[in-house]
Design a protein around this ligand. Structure first.
Ligand SMILES: [Zn+2]
Length: 268
């Protein structure tokens, strides 16, 4: 009985402390339980691990190309999202993948450079990944995972206190609802937000925003046969292409020709 009271208290304290509410730049309310420095630390740790595990490309031209595109993009990242330098690493791997992490970390696999046809399409990839960081998506995801766990604890305590039979079955049902009702739609919501925010970001940075549409068409072609790693988290569906097409006039109006850079390696 004592344990039950204690766990309920823990839950109440946890819920009462849920004041960490933020708003994304598209106006979505977010629950972000972790601090920016906690997230940056987690980002840096994961990045160091990846640098140990993966082969880093030493090819000068490739590194200069990726660095050039990334620099142009990160210059336009709001200070509130990250201050200071961004570390950009090219991984020498056939994997079609790229990512950005809180704390100013960007990883691009050489495999994805075979899918992107020019600097604008690479900018679409980097813009999208950096947009995930700007919009605090990993914070939201980690927070919702934690809330799911708190919810499970609360559910467990409640079912126990009510003397409910088949408690384990009910718990599984509850966790299933959390998975499909909370965590999975987050994925879709985050993807479309990163698409839109990323398309605006690339345009501001001097890259042609229509290239984002061409990129996802390329990705759709790639998905036939053996789908690349990138597509397991970023399915190239028609909705995504339609949304980017719909948003194009807005991002085209943000296009800053004076920011245009020529990064070489199929730069047109
Ligand atoms: Zn994404």
């Amino acid at each position: 009985m004592k344990i039950k009271i204690l766990s309920l208290t823990a839950i109440c304290v946890a819920i009462a402390s849920l004041t960490a509410c933020t708003t994304s730049s598209t106006g979505r309310n977010q629950i972000t339980l972790f601090s920016k420095s906690e997230l940056s630390k987690m980002g840096a740790t994961s990045f160091e691990q990846l640098k140990q595990q993966e082969k880093i490309s030493k090819d000068k031209k490739t590194n200069q190309y990726v660095q050039c595109v990334a620099n142009a993009i990160t210059k336009n990242v709001p200070q509130s999202a990250h201050q200071g330098e961004w570390e950009v690493v090219v991984f020498d791997s056939e994997q079609v993948n790229a990512f950005a992490l809180p704390g100013g970390k960007i990883g691009v696999y050489t495999g994805i450079l075979k899918v992107t046809e020019n600097q604008h399409q690479l900018a679409a990839i980097i813009g999208h990944e950096v947009a995930h960081v700007i919009e605090r998506h990993s914070n939201e995801r980690l927070s919702s995972n934690q809330l799911t766990q708190i919810g499970a604890m609360a559910g467990d305590a409640l079912l126990t206190s009510q003397g409910v039979e088949n408690k384990d079955t009910w718990m599984k049902v509850g966790l299933g609802i959390a998975q499909y009702g909370v965590l999975m739609p987050y994925g879709r919501m985050h993807e479309s937000e990163a698409d839109i925010v990323g398309q605006d970001l690339m345009a501001k940075s001097g890259f042609q925003p229509k290239a984002a549409i061409a990129l996802w068409r390329n990705m759709a072609k790639q998905s036939k046969g053996a789908p690349p790693e990138f597509l397991s988290t970023h399915p190239a569906n028609q909705t995504r292409i339609d949304d980017l097409t719909k948003h194009l006039p807005k991002s085209a109006s943000l296009f800053q020709a004076q920011n245009s850079v020529q990064c070489g390696m199929g730069s047109n």
